[in-house]
Design a protein around this ligand. Structure first.
Ligand code: FAD
Ligand code: ZN
Length: 465
């Protein structure tokens, strides 16, 4: 696909003098994603700085039927932000102002291109908490977080990105601006349009700003790393911790021994915090906005319910414990290729799911190395399978679809989801057709036709062929 020079000229003019680039060197980093799994190409990178410019750009694209791919921090894991067919690339990176912080009203308005860590900092500076937290927080953007309905490690307590959003400013495919930027906690005036754009991965509109919910800032924080026998024991521990703290557990992550070993081997400055190896570990965090002895409560709940545990006694120790969890993907990458799944099942069924899926994968590839880890408290496991030790990575990865079908069929039997938090992008768009009903897919298509009749917004993403 190529875009006519006069259309390129109009788009450049709409984006303003500092708002575009045709320099292949500047465009290149926007074309490949973190896992190097997907690569695209684009003749033009647009970097508008205002909602008016985004509106003018989309109006031109719609009139001339020019496809356009929105992009935030380019940390998405399903290829949604990549222009595969030479589409125009729309980076929101210049829309990076925090427009308003209301500490008493517990809300903040940020433009789409604000980096997540900057939103967290702005909230913190006014004595508040913005709880969305994921390993990519230093580069992902609020627009991308909302467009993928990102999850991360605090969903257990605070919900997904969707639950933290109060209002939105969105530019529709034809350039009209939908101003839904309210900070209301209650608003039942008909269809809740803003929700349509959450998790839509840039296929229904371009998010230019969002009103976000803030929370009281933690005064007490207890972080523990505990040895547990298995995922069932981990869930039992979570339940007891929630009872003991009155629901103050903000993160509860699990990882198997092999995952910890990958981290210890490949990530500098990491060490095993416990004396003896354990088959599974739980990383637990409890927080309270009020001062009281939260640590003693957590300690008592751990006693008798875990084989061993360590509680961080300083911020450095806390960071070290979190590094064991957050560098797991990177460690797995260094260990060779892995076939990845981002699945969820009802929380209570996670242990049974893990047994069934592991057995099924090993029946196909007996020496494959399953490394399932993640947000067990949300029923969301990153069911990743590493290449056999000393195995051939390309040969192993060639079996991705075969293994994924097996895993996803089991997920479906368990009443689960084949994409718990990363979205669909291009990676799973045909896969969803295997599991969603015809009525569900047709309703999705009807929405797409209504909001983007000329199919200019991120075409070829989310919806099946
Ligand atoms: P991009 O990657 O740029 O875009 C993602 C999608 O949103 C694309 O389809 C794009 O077209 C669309 N989009 C972007 N901005 C807009 C906009 N303003 N309007 C409309 N559409 C837009 N995800 C989790 O949920 N939980 C995790 O724990 C987690 N951990 C991660 C760890 C690492 C190391 C990495 C690399 C990724 C992780 N992710 C995780 C993936 C997660 O989806 C992204 O990090 C993040 O939400 C995407 O934000 P982004 O700004 O990078 O968006
Ligand atoms: Zn995750």
């Amino acid at each position: 696909m190529s875009i006519a020079p006069e259309i390129i000229a109009r788009l450049k003019s709409a984006a303003g003098v500092n708002g575009f680039s045709e320099d292949p060197g500047e465009i290149a980093p926007h074309l490949e994603e973190w896992r190097s799994k997907y690569r695209g190409f684009s003749p033009l990178l647009l970097k508008p700085a205002s909602v008016e410019q985004v509106s003018a750009i989309l109006a031109i694209c719609n009139e001339t039927r020019t496809p356009i791919v929105p992009q935030g921090g380019n940390t998405g894991l399903v290829g949604g932000q990549i222009p595969f067919h030479g589409e125009v690339l729309l980076s929101l990176s210049h829309m990076n102002r925090i427009r308003h912080v209301d500490a008493d009203g517990m809300s903040l308005i940020a433009e789409a291109g604000v980096i997540l860590a900057d939103v967290q900092r702005a909230a913190d500076d006014t004595g508040r908490l913005f709880p969305l937290s994921l390993a990519a927080e230093g580069s992902c953007t609020i627009g991308g977080n909302l467009s993928t309905n990102a999850g991360g490690v605090n969903v257990l307590r605070y919900g997904n990105a969707r639950d933290l959003m109060l209002g939105l400013e969105v530019v529709l495919a034809d350039g009209r601006v939908l101003d839904l930027l309210r900070v209301l906690r209650k608003d039942n005036t008909g269809y809740d349009l803003k929700q349509l754009f959450i998790g839509a991965e840039g296929t229904l509109g371009v998010i230019t700003a969002a009103a976000l919910e803030l929370f009281p800032k933690p005064a007490e924080r207890v972080t523990a790393f505990a040895a547990v026998d298995d995922p069932k024991a981990a869930l039992g521990l979570l339940s007891r911790l929630q009872d003991a703290t009155g629901g103050l557990i903000s993160a509860f992550e699990i990882m198997p021994r092999i995952g910890l070993e990958f981290v210890l081997l490949h990530i500098p400055q990491t060490s095993d915090p416990l004396r003896a190896p354990s088959s599974w570990y739980a990383l637990v965090e409890a927080t309270s906005a009020a001062h009281f002895d939260l640590q003693s409560i957590v300690e008592r709940a751990l006693e008798g319910n875990v084989n061993d545990a360590v509680i961080a006694s300083s911020e450095t120790q806390r960071e070290n414990l979190w590094r064991l969890r957050e560098s797991l993907s990177e460690a797995q990458k260094k260990e060779g290729g892995s076939i990845k799944h981002d699945i969820s099942v009802p929380v209570a069924r996670v242990p049974e799911f893990l047994e069934t899926a592991t057995r099924a994968v090993l029946a196909r590839i007996p020496d494959a190395r399953p490394v399932p880890f993640g947000h067990i408290g949300d029923g969301n496991i990153h069911f990743n399978i590493s290449v056999p030790e000393g195995g051939d990575t390309p040969l192993f990865l060639a079996r991705w679809d075969e293994i994924s079908h097996i895993v996803h069929d089991i997920v479906h039997e368990f009443g689960g989801s084949i994409s718990a938090e990363h979205g669909i992008g291009v990676m799973k768009r045909n896969e969803i057709a295997r599991y969603k009903s015809a009525a569900e897919i047709e309703t999705m298509r009807a929405l797409k036709r209504t909001l983007d009749p000329n199919n200019i917004l991120n075409p070829g993403k989310v919806l099946p062929d």
